[in-house]
Design a protein around this ligand. Structure first.
Ligand code: ACO
Length: 400
């Protein structure tokens, strides 16, 4: 239980709510979550239905605009994104000058921040047309920037966007060029990446989306707000968990696959070790996204020539944790990131790109919340209160 203290300071009441676990800071029509029942809906549509029938691009449109697109709307949306996928030569040179061994999330956040400088004609949060332009630019250019960063990090030349491809097809093309040579496998990877992006598209006021709203509440531009969201997502307790899960599985493997000892370490609070990919602030029963992803992981890994030892380890680890009262008593279940890293690894992504893929998926949610907040007459600058616990007034040394 969260330790909530109500205290009276002067005439107003302040609530101490660490991590804002009980505080709603806005009204929102975008995403509905019932954590106890494991329900997630975007704009009213259950995530399972969207996962079955929609593409990431349709869901991005839905999350941002509130309705599923008609075929004509979707075509126009895709064409707008293709037409805007390029980045200026100066930005390309800037990306080339950034440290190649820097974490791609750090580089992505820096690059997205500079979009406000390259596109100063779309930074006014009060101008509807500028916001529309910035929305398209962000969705169109983030994959190009991310792919450029990835290609440089592995010592390869960046690949220009291909307007003849769809959103995810183009992303894979910019990342990996011509693909594996096995068209069936490439199609499966495209489907998998599309689904992973879709499942991450929004999740109401998670840490990064709350950050985007906080920054945007000062009327900061959307590029800077999204850049702040990327930095929030980078933390291992949030989006960085998908990378941390893989590192944890590798650690267990390198220690001879001894899951029992690892779980004993997790349960020892002194060790400050968490079971990464487990637990969620809101889901206290199961995370519906994790079920979709587990099935996808099984499909992808069935196509590998060798059985994947980390996937096998993850399955065993999940089984043992779910049979352990430490985890069940605290309602800790696998979250969206427990299996996503295993899939990304099978697709050939280096570990440090996992959270970048999460950022590409979460982008529609960040944009939708920033836009919703801007139109909400109840919006005020985000300015939480604090409970001061420092010394009361002291005499300056030597002054009596
Ligand atoms: N492993 C071990 N113990 C855990 C874990 C975990 N992954 N998560 C929570 N606990 C324990 C805590 O130690 C605490 O135990 P206590 O009551 O004995 O002190 C209890 O469960 C409650 O934990 P809180 O930290 O209060 O839970 P909170 O809601 O603040 O944190 C969070 C949620 C950050 C997701 C947490 O579960 C965690 O750190 N998980 C691992 C990181 C992770 O997978 N993050 C991805 C989240 S999903 C996403 O961002 C897309």
């Amino acid at each position: 239980a969260i330790d909530v203290k109500n205290l009276l300071s002067g005439a107003s009441m302040t609530t101490l709510d660490p991590g804002f676990g009980n505080t709603a800071s806005c009204r929102s029509e975008i995403t509905y979550i019932d954590g106890a029942a494991g329900i997630l809906r975007y704009r009213g549509y259950p995530i399972q239905e969207l996962a079955k029938h929609s593409s990431f691009l349709e869901v991005a449109y839905l999350v941002i605009r509130g309705e599923l697109p008609s075929p004509g709307d979707l075509k126009e949306f895709g064409e707008q994104l293709s037409a805007n996928a390029g980045i200026p030569a100066e930005m390309s040179a800037l990306l080339d000058a950034l440290p190649r061994n820097g974490h791609p999330m750090t580089l992505l956040a820096a690059a997205v921040n500079t979009l406000a400088a390259y596109y100063a004609d779309s930074v006014d949060p009060k101008d509807d047309q500028q916001v529309e332009t910035a929305t398209i630019r962000l969705l169109a250019k983030l994959p190009t920037i991310a792919a450029h960063i990835y290609r440089r990090s592995v010592g390869e030349e960046p690949i220009a966007p291909d307007p003849s491809l769809d959103y995810v097809g183009n992303l894979l093309h910019m990342l990996f060029g011509d693909g594996s040579g096995d068209s069936e496998l490439d199609a499966l990877y495209a489907k998998a990446l599309d689904l992973l992006l879709l499942l991450h598209a929004d999740h109401e006021l998670n840490c990064s989306t709350a950050t985007v709203r906080v920054v945007g509440s000062s009327d900061a531009d959307i590029y800077g707000s999204v850049s702040a969201g990327i930095n929030a997502l980078f933390g291992p307790l949030h989006g960085g968990a998908n990378q941390a899960v893989l590192e944890m599985l590798e650690e267990i493997r390198d220690l001879g696959g001894d899951i029992d000892s690892f779980l004993a370490k997790v349960k020892d609070k002194e060790s400050k070790t968490r079971l990464m990919g487990f637990g969620h602030r809101v889901y206290k029963n199961f995370d519906p996204r994790s079920r979709e992803i587990k099935g996808l992981a099984a499909d992808i890994l069935a196509r590998q020539e060798e059985p994947d030892e980390l996937f096998a380890l993850a399955l065993e680890l999940e089984g043992k944790a779910l049979a352990d009262s430490y985890f069940t008593d605290r309602k800790l279940y696998p979250n969206v990131d427990f299996y996503s890293g295993v899939i990304y690894r099978a697709m050939g992504f280096p570990t440090n790109m996992f959270t970048v893929l999460f950022a590409l998926g979460r982008l529609p949610g960040w944009i939708a919340h920033w836009r919703e907040q801007r139109k909400d007459p109840a919006t005020r600058i985000a300015r939480p209160r604090q409970l001061y616990t420092g010394p009361t007034e002291r005499s300056y040394p030597g002054q009596g």
